[in-house]
Design a protein around this ligand. Structure first.
Ligand SMILES: [Ca+2]
Ligand SMILES: [Ca+2]
Ligand SMILES: [Ca+2]
Length: 143
């Protein structure tokens, strides 16, 4: 009898853990634009969070205000249908639209709302077709 209870408890625990792993998640993303001339952009900016369990899929980052201006920190929220796991890297890119679209990205932080876990992704370089290595699409590693 005791063995059976232990077995049931183990199965219940595994099911709970499994269910927990598939639960949706919310991430708060802070994007800091650098403090150099023409650092800001009005281009459309897209992010993908890549975890060891899932990817968020590509999302546009846009708030009602003028985002990604020089020395500005912009905050966004992303909801995912499933927990992403440990974040391995983020992909960040823009579409080079608008006036002086070159963007100097300082860093991105991603905060997992339920767990209070946070990842820091330094960039400290341009996403610009005419500066640096001319890339407007980067993968950032957590620091
Ligand atoms: Ca610019
Ligand atoms: Ca802007
Ligand atoms: Ca905006």
């Amino acid at each position: 009898m005791r063995k059976s209870i232990a077995f049931t408890l183990t199965i219940t625990l595994l099911l709970l853990l499994g269910a927990n792993y598939a639960l949706s998640a919310d991430y708060r993303i802070v994007v800091k634009t650098g403090n150099v001339e023409n650092a800001g952009t009005d281009a459309h900016v897209y992010i993908t969070l890549i975890g060891d369990y899932r990817s968020s899929g590509e999302r546009e980052l846009d708030s009602p205000k003028n985002d990604f201006e020089r020395y500005q920190a912009d905050t966004f929220s992303i909801h995912t249908a499933e927990f992403l796991g440990d974040l391995l890297f983020v992909r960040i890119r823009h579409d080079n639209s608008g006036k002086k679209p070159g963007w100097f990205l300082d860093y991105i932080t991603v905060h997992e709302e339920d767990s209070d876990r946070m990842w820091y992704f330094p960039c400290n370089r341009w996403l610009a077709v005419d500066t640096d290595d001319h890339l407007i699409d980067r993968y950032l590693d957590p620091y």
